[in-house]
Write a protein that binds this ligand. Structure first.
Ligand code: NAD
Ligand code: TDX
Length: 339
């Protein structure tokens, strides 16, 4: 199977390339990525000469390019997006442009090709809004209406709806995944875990938003990649699959665990003003994907998986220092020009 993966140079995409090529001998991947600020070909430096991997520098909003590429592949895994909530609060426009218009462009390219292959749209649990802290029995599931709160999650919810509409109207063979917070190697250090870990290595404090009681359901990125592959191979057209780690932690608990694992004291916590419209709690009920597709997380056990992730950032200091300083951009500007 030849997959068109969008956003393969980002955090989840690069982990997906590595995981999918390692676990399926008959699979090849074309990675279409615009190399925005979070796209870093260094994430795949060990793969770039693999005969089963091809990189195409381009934008999912380019209909002609997407049409050509869709004509060459058997399946699509769509991950390209603007992905950071705080950035969407500063400027929502790129979120609507890439996440909504980009997704629609890709779907139009599929229509132009009369594409019959599987198309997995990778989305987030944030499309369901948030849950209260005092009702732990409530979790997100596939039958809930979409009720996004941030400009990021609104753009992802819109893209999910466009994807479902293209299935309903044109019969495209699409499935949508809604996954909880990922952690692991190669995450851009604007997201809370790599930001806090790398700050602490640098001797800086960690900025904890608000009262720190907000809860996230943490899943190791390779567990997410395995779930996406399961949906690609076994999922049903028109269906949504919620993916989570059964691993709810408040930001305070997460921060205290990171401090403990890194041998740092609580004085390294810097309480800061809360994020605007900060969602309180995310939690996934993963029973559908577990029972229908036989997927279960096996790499997310806490705190071992967090400890391994911290070790990865300790061992890959050159990688994140180049990302934090912006130096990583020179690498691909030389090869692919300025963007
Ligand atoms: P990321 O920001 O690390 O990577 C995004 C990638 O998309 C980058 O390589 C970027 O260059 C590329 N891209 C952006 N705009 C593009 C465009 N117009 N054309 C082509 N490529 C473009 O993000 P991530 O954390 O790896 O997230 C990947 C996907 O998974 C996103 O769709 C996100 O909404 C979803 N998701 C993320 C999480 C999480 O915890 N990180 C959880 C659930 C779902
Ligand atoms: O500096 C910080 N301090 C802080 O307290 C940052 C960056 C975050 N936080 C808090 C906000 C959240 O409650 O930590 C929690 C996690 O924040 P992020 O890492 O920004 O993730 P989140 O906003 O939960 O969204 C993530 O999960 C769902 C991804 O960025 C999305 O792409 C994904 O869809």
């Amino acid at each position: 199977m030849h997959i068109l993966l969008t956003g393969g140079s980002g955090f989840i995409g690069s982990n997906f390339v590595r995981f999918a090529l390692e676990s399926r001998a008959d699979l090849s991947i074309t990675n279409l990525d615009a190399l925005t600020y979070s796209g870093n070909p260094e994430n795949l430096a060990d793969i770039e000469h693999d005969k089963r991997y091809r990189f195409v520098h381009g934008d999912i909003k380019d209909l002609d390019l997407c049409t050509r590429l869709l004509g060459e592949v058997d399946a699509v895994v769509h991950m390209a997006a603007e992905s950071h909530v705080d950035r969407s609060i500063i400027d929502g426009r790129p979120f609507v442009e890439t996440n909504v218009l980009g997704t629609q462009t890709l779907l139009d390219a599929a229509r132009r090709n009369n594409f019959k292959g599987r198309f997995v749209h990778v989305s987030t649990d944030e499309v369901f809004g948030d849950l209260p802290l005092d009702q732990p029995e409530l979790k997100f599931h596939e039958k809930l209406p979409l009720k996004p709160s941030s400009p990021y999650s609104a753009s992802k919810a819109a893209s999910d709806m466009v994807v479902h509409a293209y299935h309903h109207t044109f019969g495209l063979n699409v499935s949508v995944t809604n996954c909880s917070n990922n952690f692991g190697p190669y995450q851009f250090p604007e997201k809370v875990i790599p930001l806090f870990v790398t700050n602490l290595i640098e001797g800086k404090k960690v900025p904890l938003y608000g009262d720190g009681r907000n809860v996230r359901d943490w899943l190791h990125v390779v567990d997410h990649c395995e779930a996406v592959l399961a949906v690609l191979e076994k999922g049903k057209a028109g269906q949504t699959y919620c993916i989570g780690g059964n691993n709810e932690r408040s930001n305070l608990e997460l921060t205290h665990t990171i401090l403990e694992l890194m041998g740092k004291g609580k004085e390294m916590i810097q309480p800061v003003t809360d994020r605007l419209g900060h969602d309180r709690r995310y939690a996934i009920d993963p029973r559908k994907i577990e029972s229908e597709l036989g997927w279960k997380p096996t790499r997310s056990a806490w705190p071992g998986a967090l400890e391994q992730t911290i070790k990865w950032y300790v061992d890959h200091e050159r990688w994140w220092r180049r990302v934090k300083s912006g130096a990583y951009r020179e690498y691909y500007q030389k090869q692919y020009g300025n963007r």
